[in-house]
Each structure stands twice: as C-alpha cells, then as structure tokens.
Design a protein around this ligand. Structure first.
Ligand code: FAD
Length: 256
C-alpha cells in the first residue's frame, strides 16, 4: 500500500511500527512461549527488560508496561512465560494505549511474507539500543558500555527462536570478544561489524530477499563519506549510525 511504498524509499529509517512489532513478537511469542524462566535465562530476561525499560521509545503507558514486566522479572526466582504473554495480550488491547502503531511491518516488510520482518526488526532494535545507550549515557561514565550488547547476547542465546542464528551469534561474540568492548561508541561499531559479517555469510543465501540484497552496510550511496579508498572510515560510520539510529530520527509513519 501507500505507506509501504513511502517506506521503501527511506531504507535507513527506523520506524516506530517495526520497533513495536518486534517488541510484541519478542515478548509475547518468544519470551511468552518459554515455560519456566529461571537461572541464567532469567538473568538474561532481566537485563533485556532493564534496557528496554530505559531506552525503548515508548509513551507513558508503554514505559509503565515495561516497568511492570521488569519488576515481575526482578521480584521472583521463577517467571512463567505465560504470565508475560498474558500481560502483553492485555497491553495490546486498544484501551491500554500502549502501542501507537498497528501490528504490521513497515521498513522491515519483505517482497513476500517469508522474508525479513522479525529478524530484520530485531537487528534494528539492537542497533537502536546501542546508539541510545551511547547518546543518553555519555555524561554518566559509570554506566556499563556493554549494556545493550550484553542484553542482546543474553536475549539471542536464550530466547531467539532461530537456533542456528543463535549459535552463530554466540560463536561470533566469543571470537570478536564482545566482553572486551570498553566504550559505548565501540559497542555501536562492534554490532555494525558483527552484522556485516552476518550479511556477508548470508549474501546469496535462500533466505535473502531478492529485492533487498545483503550488502556491506552502509553502501556508498547511503553514506559516501563512510568509505575512503576502499576502506571504512570508522569515525564517519559511527557518525552515520548515530544519526540513523538516533531516537530523534524514529519515524511515526502509520501511527495513531
Ligand atoms: P537485516 O540483515 O535483517 O538488517 C536489517 C536492517 O538493518 C537493514 O535493512 C539495514 O537497514 C540495517 N543494516 C544492515 N546491515 C547493517 C549493519 N552492518 N549495521 C547497521 N545496520 C545495518 N539468518 C540466517 O539465515 N542465518 C543466520 O545465522 C542468522 N543469524 C542471525 C543472527 C541475529 C542476531 C539476527 C538478529 C538475525 C540473524 N539472521 C540469520 C537473520 C538475518 O540476519 C536477517 O535478519 C534476515 O535475513 C533479514 O534480512 P534483511 O534483508 O531484512 O536485513
């Protein structure tokens, strides 16, 4: 439809609709289908919810929901996924006024239903979170610079439904020494490079949407200053990522 046509011409844009669709699917389906969440898995859920509560672009009711979920995870040694799913179902009722967009995909919609969508949205969410941890926390040096990356790592390890992807990501995190990242700017660049490694591996794969080929991101067209004599200029890449994934640039196309 018209919105999708507009969104296609805004390839780098982060849309609130995609972020909200990711959140719904992640919490209702992936977390919500876990039976009993305890131990390391519960720690991962706590960290994920903490980061979401602080940085997900939501209004007052959405923030209240994330606070409630976070408190639920903090206050017990065992959380039932079904309880989270139930709270999400309630939150999705229009009267709750938590979500401002319909449960659809916009920037992450593929050329057909089997492509893109949730995994695309999940990448965008975590890029968004690495950038916003860096933006908001700059003056507060005591904040853990790996906050968003650790939340992502735990989420992907324990909840992401694609088992192969999860294993690949854990192997890559160990090989690329995620635990050695020492600044929030480096966390942004770590995720950018990691994502490009995945793009390279999946280029030409069956899962690639023919209308959205995997590239080493960003292309020269997207960011001419990011590449100098065939080499990345990391400072320019960092600037570019901070711009496109900044909270002030989230677009509310299709929102109420
Ligand atoms: P995606 O790769 O999903 O990217 C989404 C958007 O992010 C792009 O449209 C672009 O705007 C932006 N972007 C692209 N590259 C970068 C970058 N380097 N830095 C910043 N922004 C960027 N699929 C498999 O088949 N096998 C796997 O092993 C696998 N592992 C995965 C691991 C993780 C953690 C995740 C979240 C997904 C994984 N997937 C895997 C899914 C796969 O990476 C894609 O998400 C999916 O194929 C959809 O691709 P897409 O074209 O929508 O772009």
């Amino acid at each position: 439809d018209d919105l999708l046509r507009i969104a296609r011409n805004m390839a780098d844009t982060v849309f609130q609709m995609d972020l909200e669709s990711v959140l719904r699917y992640s919490l209702k389906r992936e977390v919500g289908s876990s039976k009993e969440i305890t131990g390391e898995k519960l720690q991962a859920l706590r960290k994920y919810l903490q980061v979401l509560e602080k940085y997900f672009p939501f209004g007052a009711n959405g923030k209240a929901l994330l606070r409630q979920l976070s408190q639920l995870a903090e206050s017990s040694d065992l959380v039932e996924g079904a309880r989270i799913a139930k709270l999400m179902q309630e939150a999705e009722k229009e009267t709750s006024q938590v979500f401002s967009t319909p449960p659809k995909w916009l920037g992450c919609e593929g050329s057909s239903g089997q492509y893109r969508r949730y995994p695309c949205g999940l990448w965008k969410l975590f890029h968004y979170l690495t950038v916003n941890v860096a933006d908001v926390e700059k003056p507060h040096r005591e904040t853990n610079p790996r906050l968003a990356l650790e939340a992502m790592h735990g989420y992907i390890k324990h909840f992401f439904g694609c088992a192969d992807c999860s294993q690949h990501f854990q192997d890559m995190a160990a090989r690329r020494q995620l635990d050695q990242v020492t600044s929030s700017d480096d966390a942004i660049l770590w995720l950018w490079e990691a994502h490009n490694e995945v793009n390279k591996r999946l280029s030409g794969d069956d899962t690639e949407d023919p209308e959205f080929p995997k590239i080493q991101f960003p292309s020269e067209k997207q960011c001419p200053q990011c590449i100098k004599s065939d080499e990345w200029d990391n400072n320019e890449v960092l600037k570019y990522l901070k711009q496109i994934y900044s909270s002030v640039n989230v677009r509310y196309l299709g929102a109420d």
